[in-house]
Design a protein around this ligand. Structure first.
Ligand SMILES: [Zn+2]
Length: 424
């Protein structure tokens, strides 16, 4: 219901949204909540039963969503939207087989326009699923121009693979691409980041150079880390499947032996002293967990991609208990059935019913925003933050607790706002 409000106040940009529940994330759920948004910014989150600081007459519109839940837009901290075109084309199984098949698909002449369109489709799908912010990795940077046209909030990570057939393939081509893409950046809306792909695919001096670039430009940095058993074996002995893959593609790290713990390696190259966003970290020792806890790194766990690749159990709970920031990502649609963070969280909830549901929800919202360096502006419904939020109908047969109602239910997101503008 939209009620035209009194326009005599002169405040015409403020919109008030009412709903049965608001889950602000930072603070308990609010029953019969009010969310007020002025010029894209949250100016009030309160209960209708409390004396509101702002009156309805100050609003240009009031929308009452009734039996609905409003919560912050979901944050997908790890995805590759350009791979959306390879959905259902690759079978579940070991990552290395998948990667070889994916590489063959990506080297076809028609791949580039397909991937460009995939970014557009992936962003639209993400928004429809309530993902209002993505950390998206692009191999050559083609996603940036496409995502600029989408209302989704994004950190566009430019990927570096040392010696790859296409740039960025060394620190200098990455720096050039970064400089070029930085011209397309928009404060708070389109951030350019860097992504040295992984320790095995980026040589040491280039890893250092990327870490230096990230620090100098305050760009977020993400990389894949400890994703497979085979990576752990390569780190220890410089041999095995990873060495074979590197050799096959004539990549420079094929004969390298990392003669120290990989987290020490990341520390020496300057990566760990930033606030890196480390994707996967699927195979990690207690000592490495302690080292992560001493850093300001965030770990992105991708539950359904994890299952797709048949990995051993992820140690996200051990990470959380050490106060490592853990968030959730979907990885690409080439190893997942959807780009929905809510789908990920519902799976986590089903498999781990003993974990407080609030913590699970945080992993798909505020913790992802922390990992992307955007927690000052999104990730929770809080005064002063940007109004990125979603609406989900209350399941009338579900739990009375709105977080459980959301995570245990199957209701889909049916309204999405970014910067206060309805985008779905
Ligand atoms: Zn990835």
């Amino acid at each position: 219901m939209i009620v035209p409000a009194c326009r005599l106040t002169g405040i015409l940009m403020m919109n008030i949204y009412r709903a049965r529940w608001i889950i602000p994330i930072e603070g308990p759920p609010i029953e019969h909540g009010i969310l007020a948004v002025d010029n894209g910014q949250i100016v009030q989150v309160a209960s209708a039963h409390e004396k509101p600081g702002l009156t309805d007459s100050a609003a240009s519109s009031i929308q009452d969503f009734g039996e609905s839940i409003l919560l912050p837009g979901f944050v997908n901290a790890h995805t590759h939207l350009e791979l959306t075109c390879y959905r259902d084309q690759l079978s579940p199984g070991p990552l290395w087989t998948w990667l070889e098949q994916l590489t063959a698909l990506r080297f076809r002449s028609e791949a580039e326009p397909l991937e460009r369109e995939a970014v557009r489709i992936g962003a639209a799908e993400s928004l429809a699923a309530g993902v209002t912010c993505v950390g998206d990795i692009s191999r050559t940077g083609l996603s940036v121009e496409v995502l600029k046209k989408s209302p989704i909030r994004k950190v566009c990570f430019l990927e570096l693979i040392s010696g790859a057939s296409r740039p960025p393939n060394d620190a200098s081509t990455l720096a050039t691409a970064f400089e070029h893409m930085a011209k397309l950046a928009e404060p708070e809306r389109l951030v350019i980041g860097v992504s040295p792909h992984a320790v095995y695919s980026v040589v040491r001096e280039e890893l250092s150079a990327v870490a230096t670039l990230a620090k100098a430009t305050r760009a977020p940095l993400t990389m894949h880390l400890l994703e497979t058993d085979e990576e752990v074996a390569w780190l220890a002995r410089g041999e095995g499947v990873v060495a074979e893959v590197l050799n096959r593609h004539s990549l420079p790290n094929a004969d390298v032996v990392i003669d120290t713990d990989v987290l020490e390696w990341l520390s020496q190259t300057g990566v760990l002293s930033g606030s890196p966003l480390l994707a996967h970290v699927n195979y990690v020792s207690d000592r490495q967990l302690d080292r992560l806890a001493e850093s300001r790194a965030t770990v992105v766990w991708c539950p359904r991609a994890h299952r797709f690749f048949g990995h051993a159990n992820h140690r996200w709970r051990a990470m959380l208990s050490r106060r490592v920031n853990v968030c959730v990502g979907t990885d690409s649609a080439a190893s997942n059935e959807s780009l929905s963070i809510l789908d990920e969280l519902r799976l986590v909830r089903r498999n781990h019913p003993d974990v407080p549901p609030e913590v699970i929800l945080e992993m798909g919202t505020l913790r992802g925003a922390v990992g992307l360096g955007l927690d000052d502006i999104v990730g929770s419904l809080k005064l002063g933050k940007r109004a990125d939020f979603v609406k989900v109908p209350v399941n009338p047969n579900g739990d009375k607790d709105p977080v459980l109602n959301l995570l245990d239910g199957e209701k889909a997101v049916d309204g999405v706002w970014v910067d206060g503008a309805a985008v779905v």
